[in-house]
Design a protein around this ligand. Structure first.
Ligand SMILES: Cc1ncc(COP(=O)(O)O)c(C=O)c1O
Length: 372
């Protein structure tokens, strides 16, 4: 296999050029313009939410969600431990204190039982739950707990756009949802993110904060701290084009997941599970090697690397990260599922055609099968 197979790379559908050209033709190359407004409108309609604010990154969207719910110096925020560091870092930007929560085994996301344990000790300012690799978290249970304690939920759906939980789109749960359009996501704008929700008045404030908190005066007047987080009109043009391909990407990623599932049925490999009544977007097909499976995830990663095929370990849980070593971590009945999944897991190549063809996936399956 000569050409490199990536884990997940951008897949442009062709429509993107049209919107970029429109931005050039009208000379709207600034961090505002028709593409930005339309991209926000399309996401609002798709997720069935009232408000959406496009930003330069998903990380910026989490930062602004935390500011919107009032996280400030010394505040505790609960965050799923098994995630990318960008879920947790904005807590520190706001001088808050992250407290990490273990995952359950049914979806690998925030364990509602561990969350309850954490609530016995702390009353946080917010809870950040993640739809890991596009698989919906136990959103009903998590929402119920947050409602009981009247604590806002932030749904980090950076990896989840296109997925569904009980008929409702990922990103539309909680007080705020966040999306990412980073280079390897299910749809990409090269880089970008969005904050979505129904609190329209607060989202208007967010829009002001991310455009340097300029007050409506003739001169540059600032009453609040500002940020330069707005999405550019060029980038939003790519997003509009990509929205037309979202369903196709989800369908193709689902086929990839199902092909792996079928092929590995008789091997000691278990794909990331999901609950009934949910529809992951299958952004990445992740798996664990069963205990006693005879090989380690690194054996698979090394063998595929020899064939110029990219894989990735599971996100190393935040409570295991040197930077967050002093933070508290809650697990239910000493299960510590996140560490176990991290140690036995890996992300398999999940690139869609034409970037990874069906024949290339079959070859990957064959190489993995030969290792057992
Ligand atoms: C779970 C999760 N949260 C947040 C982010 C941050 O998004 P961005 O890279 O757009 O800042 C990412 C992806 O990069 C992610 O995977």
């Amino acid at each position: 296999m000569d050409r490199r197979i990536y884990l997940s790379s951008p897949c442009m559908c062709g429509e993107e050029q049209k919107y970029i050209q429109e931005a050039f033709d009208t000379n709207w190359v600034a961090p505002l313009g028709k593409n930005v407004n339309e991209f926000e409108n399309e996401i609002k309609k798709y997720l069935n939410v009232n408000g959406a604010v496009a930003m330069s990154a998903g990380t910026a969207a989490i930062h602004m969600a935390l500011r919107a719910v009032g996280v400030d110096t010394g505040d505790t925020v609960f965050c799923q431990s098994m995630t990318f560091s960008a879920s947790a870092n904005p807590i520190v930007y706001q001088n808050g204190t992250p407290v990490f929560i273990d995952s359950e085994r049914d979806t690998w996301n925030m364990d509602p039982n561990a969350l309850k344990e954490a609530f016995k000790k702390y009353r946080p300012k917010a809870v950040i739950a993640v739809d890991l690799y596009g698989t919906p978290a136990k959103l009903k249970e998590i929402t119920d707990i947050c409602d009981e304690y009247e604590v806002p939920l932030i749904e980090d759906a950076a990896e989840g756009l296109g997925g569904e939980y009980r008929g409702r789109k990922l990103g539309s749960f909680g007080e705020y949802g966040i999306l990412s359009f980073n280079g390897n996501k299910i749809i990409t704008t090269s880089g970008g993110g969005m904050l979505v929700g129904n609190a329209e008045e607060t989202l208007k404030k967010v829009l002001k904060w991310i455009t340097q908190s300029r007050e409506p005066e003739r001169w540059y007047e600032h009453k609040e701290l500002g940020y330069n987080y707005r999405m550019s009109n060029i980038v939003a043009g790519i997003g509009r084009g990509q929205m037309t391909a979202l369903k196709d990407h989800v369908d193709k990623k689902t086929d990839i997941y199902e092909r792996y599932g079928k092929a590995f049925r008789d091997l000691p490999i278990t794909l990331q599970p999901y609950e009934k009544d949910t529809k992951p977007n299958h952004w990445l097909s992740a798996a664990t090697i069963d205990k006693g499976g005879g090989i380690s995830p690194f054996d698979i990663m090394d063998r595929l690397a020899e064939e110029n095929i990219e894989t990735r370990p599971i996100w190393k849980p935040m409570h295991m990260q040197p930077y967050y070593r002093d933070c508290e971590y809650f697990t239910y009945e000493n299960q510590n599922n996140s560490e176990d999944i991290f140690k036995r897991g890996l992300c398999l190549p999940s690139d869609i055609a034409p970037n990874m063809t069906e024949a290339e996936q079959e070859r990957i399956i064959e190489i993995v099968g030969e290792l057992f």
